[in-house]
Design a protein around this ligand. Structure first.
Ligand SMILES: Nc1nc2c(c(=O)[nH]1)N[C@H]1C(S)=C(S)[C@@H](COP(=O)(O)O)O[C@H]1N2
Ligand SMILES: [Mo]
Length: 258
């Protein structure tokens, strides 16, 4: 359960619009996510919550931004905290000078940027709160390149609907981490490919050298160690087809709006 004023307000609002099933899903207790009936309940209601959230808050509404004094002294790291592969170790040894972020799929002009090239583009800095479903939140200052700027350069094709973020880390079974978002959310002003946390280059636990910040959604959407952004028309052909590592594995909501 995430103590979050806006989420609370949303729940109040949704009480009037969703049935009992919706209310149970919104209770969002962690132990419920482990049970077998909860994920299917989520998938039935998430389309409704996504639609309702877009109705309440326009797609370009900003997440709350904080002041320097609000920055958390410790920003926990969660999930994979080191890809630990040979390829990643090599990148680390080269200070990520060979790291590239490729943007392709359903675009007019597929492009690839080195980290240095991304750092030369206009950047955005934002102090925001990260909410993890495992029950912690932290405020951090992120600097990166607005994803919308990259989209303008590659020019998505008219049938592109989602952006899929491929990551360099894999789990114990070798399954790669990935996430996805609606193409429209790529153009949100706070959606950035971040390479700094609190004024210093991202460290390994927080996603070095580059990660997504998608500020109006939960922690697991914030893909770390991003290597490739692929525009697609449907998510059904990607990995388990549910749009993300946790969505495939645990039935987490794809639309993780907060
Ligand atoms: N590539 C990758 N991205 C990831 C994860 C991960 O395991 N691998 N974990 C997610 C989860 S659950 C959270 S809460 C945040 C944690 O980000 P942090 O480690 O910078 O706090 O990253 C998200 N992005
Ligand atoms: Mo998380």
């Amino acid at each position: 359960m995430i103590p979050h004023e806006r989420a609370m307000e949303r729940r109040q609002f949704l009480k009037g619009t969703l049935g009992v099933a919706g209310l149970v899903a919104l209770a969002g207790c962690d132990n419920l996510t482990q049970s077998s009936w909860f994920p299917s309940l989520l998938s039935q209601t998430e389309k409704v919550t996504g639609r309702v959230q877009r109705a309440i808050t326009p797609a370009n509404a900003l997440a709350k931004e904080y002041g320097e004094d609000d920055i958390s002294k410790v920003f926990p790291a969660n999930g994979n905290t080191d890809p630990g592969t040979e390829a990643y170790a090599e990148h680390l040894a080269n200070n990520f000078s060979e790291w590239t972020v490729e943007v392709g799929g359903l675009v007019q002009t597929p492009m690839s940027w080195s980290l240095a090239a991304l750092k030369e583009l206009p950047s955005r800095t934002q102090i925001t709160r990260h909410d993890c479903v495992e029950g912690w939140s932290a405020i951090g200052k992120w600097t990166g390149v607005p994803l919308g700027d990259l989209m303008h350069k590659v020019q998505p094709l008219p049938h592109a609907k989602f952006a899929v973020f491929h990551c360099a880390d894999v789990d114990e079974d070798g399954v790669p981490y990935y996430e996805s978002m609606a193409l429209v959310d790529c153009y949100h002003p706070q959606t950035i490919m971040a390479y700094e946390l609190n004024g210093t280059p991202l460290d390994i636990p927080h996603g070095a050298p580059i990660r997504l910040r998608f500020e109006r959604q939960l922690g697991y959407k914030q893909a770390k160690y991003v290597t490739k952004i692929e525009l697609v028309e449907t998510l059904s052909g990607i990995a388990g087809g549910k749009g993300g590592y946790w969505e495939d594995d645990q039935g987490y909501e794809w639309y993780a709006g907060i």
